[in-house]
Design a protein around this ligand. Structure first.
Ligand code: GDP
Length: 360
């Protein structure tokens, strides 16, 4: 039947990979996120991109459209990409470790004019400790003296148009940065010259201002994720969910912003969350997401959902969340679960994250 054919062709049911952006201050993390979020300026359309709680969702359609020039259409199997909005957050230092623990893949941003800096190395150590997959965005290539801009072009095409002086400066800085990575014990290479994918980490030169290299970055993120972590990205029924923030919202009381990494959440689900004074057991009163991009200005109002499927950024409203701790896991109580067991499990997270973090 048609349905069987479909399941044969599409392989396992994959969820969207979750990506976070790390790097030293001022390397362009926020700008890069803005740039990949940018709507098709000419058409003024959001292309299905949705702003979520603490994250932005890019449907595969949008990625396909923006990577057309790279001719990789058929290879996209995931429904989209969920990018966590940690840059610019006032608690970024805490979120950096939290954010990275729920991410499948990271973008490590390095300023081509500055090379590896202190927080680059901190981020790098975090990624190494977690054995995490990441891609280096070698950002601000447009700052190379004499750079000719070709907005949103694939990087190879953009580099071809440069004068020899620009190419030389680019190569010199790239070589220096590859050496700096080597000093940190990591092999890196330009992604289109990388012959040992997996052993050697990929570098994608980018400009968050004029968009060169952004198509490459998007495509590589999705392709690399689906190639190396099919099992991890296979959709399961078990809920995997992390609390990003605890926030008081007018009209809703204390809410928690979570990233639903896998599984489904339903309105009414009984949940267990880690609290300052012990486990919190409550029921989901509302599952909320912001309005689509265009309507983002409708402030303070959210879309209500009966259920939401991973991966997504979600706001949960429920009673008794006042002392919930950000950075910990949320569990859904199923009929066969032992509540006391879950309560113990949930509290083990506090040890993992160290001092409880309270975000006002
Ligand atoms: P963050 O601290 O890593 O989030 O960095 P921001 O995104 O706030 O960027 C820091 C500064 O660098 C801002 O003034 C940006 O406009 C600028 N910037 C970021 N990306 C680029 C880039 O690709 N090219 C140029 N020329 N400037 C950039």
């Amino acid at each position: 039947t048609a349905m069987e054919d479909k399941s044969k062709n599409s392989g396992p049911d994959l969820r969207s990979p979750i990506c976070c952006i790390l790097g030293h201050v001022d390397t362009g993390k926020t700008k890069l996120l803005d740039c990949i979020r940018r709507t098709n300026v000419q058409e003024g359309e959001a292309g299905g991109i949705t702003q979520q709680i603490g994250a932005t969702y890019f449907p595969t359609e949008n990625i396909r459209e923006r990577t057309r020039e790279l001719k990789a259409d058929a290879t996209l199997k995931v429904p989209g990409l969920l990018v966590i909005d940690t840059p610019g957050h006032e608690s970024f230092t805490n979120l950096r470790s939290r954010g990275s623990s729920l991410c499948d893949i990271a973008i490590l941003v390095v300023d081509i004019m500055h090379g590896l800096e202190q927080q680059t190395i901190e981020s790098l150590n975090l990624l190494k400790n977690r054995n995490a997959e990441f891609i280096v965005a070698l950002n601000k290539v447009d700052r190379l003296y004499g750079w000719k801009s070709s907005p949103n072009a694939p990087i190879v095409k953009a580099l071809k148009q440069q004068s020899n002086d620009v190419k030389n400066e680019f190569n010199m800085r790239l070589t220096q940065i590859i050496t700096q990575f080597k000093e940190q014990g990591l092999n890196t290479a330009l992604y289109y010259k990388n012959k040992e994918m997996g052993e050697t980490f990929n570098i994608v030169p980018t400009s968050a201002i004029s968009g060169e290299g952004i198509p490459d970055l998007l495509l590589l993120l999705v392709q690399w994720a689906q190639k190396t972590m099919e099992e991890k990205l296979t959709y399961v029924d078990e809920v995997q969910c992390t609390v990003l923030e605890v926030k008081v919202i007018e009209g809703l009381g204390t809410t928690i912003d979570v990233v639903l990494v896998n599984g489904v959440l339903h309105e009414g689900d009984q949940i267990v969350v880690c609290g300052m004074q012990g486990p919190l057991v409550t029921n989901i009163r509302a599952l909320l997401t912001p309005h689509p991009m265009k309507e983002l200005r409708v402030k303070g109002s959210y879309l209500h959902h009966k259920e939401l499927k991973a991966a997504q950024g979600v706001k949960i409203s429920a009673q008794g969340l006042e002392h919930a701790i950000a950075g910990t896991s949320l569990y859904v109580v199923k009929p066969e679960d032992d509540l006391e067991d879950l309560k113990r499990t949930v509290m083990q997270d506090v040890e993992k994250i160290g001092t409880p973090i309270c975000i006002p």
